[in-house]
Design a binder for this molecule. Structure first.
Ligand SMILES: O=C(O)CCC(=O)C(=O)O
Length: 276
């Protein structure tokens, strides 16, 4: 397979889009967030991002130096909460995850900046979280990267290994199998949970590359980021049911996984009379 990342537009036929994503293990979709939405997300996260610790540069660290990250985005960015429910994500995740679950949920949220001089991140798979399945694993995760700045091959554009979602555990990526995502701000890079990827080196640019990762997993798996404590309960109660469901706050799973007593979240104002 040639090492290229397929691209399409947000209005393309969802089945055709998923065929490309499933074939290569990755896909760029342009014009997903408007310039206004990109500005709003950046403004909502600006204070937190400005004070986030810049990682130290240790050669073996999973997170390369000269990068910074902020999590709990469903609490911190109302605009990102809207984009989390984007119809293209809904269509792709339905196709990728619903064969293995009755509901899928938001897994991880993180704003990631890659600064000038940052090295390549080690290649990894989102599904390495669940090592009990042998490679290639069943469909467990769909990942997305929302470009909040332009992504280029030399400013930290995500590295991807197209086709690696079908590899077994012994196969390593050769240098010419690794490609770097290039896309304008407002685009989204999707990749499958089995696809090798990592943040790219910011080798020659003087700018910080800015992306937002949202990943989604099967509803019966534990979420990597604990969404139940990443957003205050009072805020959760004000959200529409569909958003709450995506965060994992509902109990409508097969086998009642995640059940809870609804009266704890919405206490009755008057106690029901004891029956005689
Ligand atoms: O920043 C990127 O492009 C990818 C980040 C990533 O894969 C990670 O932080 O695990």
């Amino acid at each position: 397979m040639s090492s290229t990342i397929p691209a399409c537009s947000a209005n393309d036929d969802p089945d055709a889009m998923y065929t490309k994503l499933d074939g290569a293990g990755c896909l760029v979709v342009e014009d997903m967030a408007s310039p206004g939405q990109v500005t709003a997300v950046r403004a909502e996260l600006a204070d937190r991002m400005a004070t986030a610790k810049v990682a130290d540069d240790k050669p073996d660290a999973f997170y390369p130096g000269i990068t910074r990250r902020v999590v709990a985005l469903m609490h911190r960015s109302p605009t990102m909460r809207d984009l989390m429910m984007h119809p293209v994500t809904e269509q792709l995740a339905d196709r990728h995850l619903l064969p293995n679950c009755s509901k899928w949920t938001l897994n991880v949220t993180a704003a990631l900046e890659v600064g000038p001089g940052a090295r390549d991140q080690v290649l990894h798979r989102e599904e390495d979280l669940y090592p009990y399945f042998p490679l290639p694993r069943p469909n467990l995760i769909l990942a997305s990267m929302w470009a909040m700045s332009d992504f280029t091959a030399d400013n930290g554009g995500t590295q991807l290994v197209p086709g690696s979602h079908r590899w077994d555990a012994d196969r390593k990526a050769a240098p010419d199998e690794v490609v770097r995502a290039e896309m304008p701000a407002g685009s989204v890079l999707y990749w499958l949970g089995g696809t090798l990827h990592g943040a790219g080196a910011n080798s020659t640019s003087g700018d910080w590359r800015y992306g937002i990762v949202l990943t989604y997993n099967l509803g019966w798996l534990r979420q990597e980021e604990n969404q139940h404590v990443s957003i205050p309960l009072a805020d959760v109660l004000a959200l529409p049911d569909a958003v709450r469901g995506r965060l994992g706050f509902d109990m409508d799973y097969e086998n009642a996984l995640g059940f809870y007593d609804r009266s704890v979240l919405a206490p009755r104002t008057t106690e029901r009379k004891a029956s005689t």
